[in-house]
Write a protein that binds this ligand. Structure first.
Ligand code: BGC
Length: 420
């Protein structure tokens, strides 16, 4: 669990315009966001997406930061944004990987996750590396906050919705953030911060049970882990996140095909390609309401060049369901753990990510599991803890956190702020 130096919830009155950059799984998103300064008004968001070239994901630190500063430079020039050394354009950097933060404008990458394997960043200060690359180009941009996407989701939602209790991502990766009192954070015992000050905690519970003592793993989970760039890491995430659900499904089918139980006498070359099926395929299979599952039949033909029989269709449907139900129930465990620990009995969990937003049955399964874990009475009507759709955390969240940080710095409240 990592401290984030995001101190407390926003008031909803934060103002100003900020540049944000989000290093996600497939895209790089740059935004210029104006905060309205009021809960009832809308955010202004000007944004641009840049495709993250695949080579970068397994390239070097220099290539990564060059690419980021290139996109930022293009964006700033196209939008005519101006800054000077004295009055720079302030940047919030959403870096959705586990980072140890001694300050809010600092973050040592502990390990890459979600299939990334870039040399020269692990163990280093990612925030500093980005700032150096920007300075090399003499761009008038000052990075003032490195944030996790979960913290971003929580803060962006809390700007508008005071009932927000957590920010979670159920997407390519899985994780959650919540607010804790500094007095309860052992890592901060020498910080001098008042014990009732709130600090956002990035749980990084994707790494829960890396020691593999609790989670019941199948041989398919073990294979996903073994063949990943970081075996041993992110045990829980590899069973519940969007990047892996389609792969688990594929590995089960390969096993059944090898045992001669499915796709007999067919060419299974495409099925044997790692990550040939993504989680979108699992959603599509579970969502298929066509007569005799003809859409799933077409999917198997188009993506894997396989002719699928009726019993095989039924099997695939059931398998997709099993994998997705397990994932949703695990996602409920992370939230239930925080609710139990802090005796939270009601509120909104702001969720973002493709699994939360696009899987047809995820929310219902998640809610049911949470009710079981927290012992909600069966006949109580509306659930007390509900999943809400997070306001764009990686953009708006980064901008709100940048505004909160600037405000603190201007008031001389510099705990956890290093460089400006
Ligand atoms: C990362 C987290 C991130 C999550 C969701 C995980 O792989 O370790 O930092 O919040 O993915 O993007």
């Amino acid at each position: 669990m990592n401290v984030t130096w995001v101190l407390g919830y926003p008031t909803g009155h934060e103002q100003g315009s900020f540049l944000t950059v989000d290093l996600g799984g497939t895209n790089l998103r740059v935004c210029y966001i104006t905060l309205p300064g009021s809960r009832d008004k809308e955010f202004e968001v000007d944004q641009q997406k840049y495709k993250l070239p695949n080579e970068i994901k397994s390239g070097t630190a220099e290539q990564l930061w060059d690419f980021l500063s290139d996109c930022l430079q293009k964006f700033v020039e196209e939008k005519g944004l101006k800054g000077t050394k004295k009055e720079p354009i302030y940047l919030g950097f959403t870096f959705s990987y586990p980072a140890l933060q001694e300050y809010i404008d600092h973050g040592i990458l502990q390990t890459w996750t979600k299939g990334f394997d870039i040399k020269g960043v692990e163990g280093e200060n990612a925030a500093g590396q980005l700032q150096e690359a920007l300075d090399k180009r003499q761009l008038p941009i000052k990075m003032i906050a490195l944030i996790n996407d979960t913290t971003g989701a929580m803060i962006a939602s809390a700007y508008k919705d005071p009932k927000t209790i957590m920010g979670v991502i159920f997407g390519t990766g899985c994780n959650g953030a919540y607010m804790e009192q500094c007095g309860k954070i052992t890592k901060l015992k020498d910080s001098g911060l008042p014990s009732d000050t709130l600090m956002a905690i990035n749980c990084e519970y994707g790494a829960f049970d890396n020691a593999r003592r609790v989670l019941p793993l199948t041989p398919y989970d073990e294979a996903v882990d073994r063949d990943s760039p970081r075996p041993g890491e992110q045990a829980w995430e590899k069973m519940s996140a969007g990047l892996y659900l389609g792969e688990i499904f594929r590995l089960v089918l390969v096993d059944l095909a090898e045992k001669g139980l499915v796709f007999k006498d067919q060419d299974t070359t495409k099925l044997r390609e790692a990550y040939a099926l993504d989680t979108g395929a699992l959603s599509a299979i579970e969502d298929d309401e066509s007569p005799k599952l003809s859409e799933t039949r077409t999917l198997f033909k188009d993506v894997l060049s396989l002719d699928i029989t009726e019993p095989e269709l039924e099997l695939c449907r059931r398998l997709a369901e099993l994998i997705a139900v397990r994932g949703a129930r695990l996602c409920a465990c992370g939230v239930a753990a925080i609710c139990s620990r802090n005796q939270i009995s009601s509120g909104h969990v702001a969720a973002d990510g493709s699994v939360a937003n696009k899987h047809p049955k995820f929310k219902r399964r998640w809610g049911k599991a949470l009710g079981e874990l927290l012992d909600w009475p069966k006949d109580q009507g509306e659930d007390p803890v509900v999943l809400t759709s997070a306001e764009d955390g990686s953009g708006i969240g980064a901008a709100v956190i940048a505004a909160m940080t600037l405000e603190r710095a201007e008031k001389g409240q510099r705990a956890g702020i290093r460089s400006f």
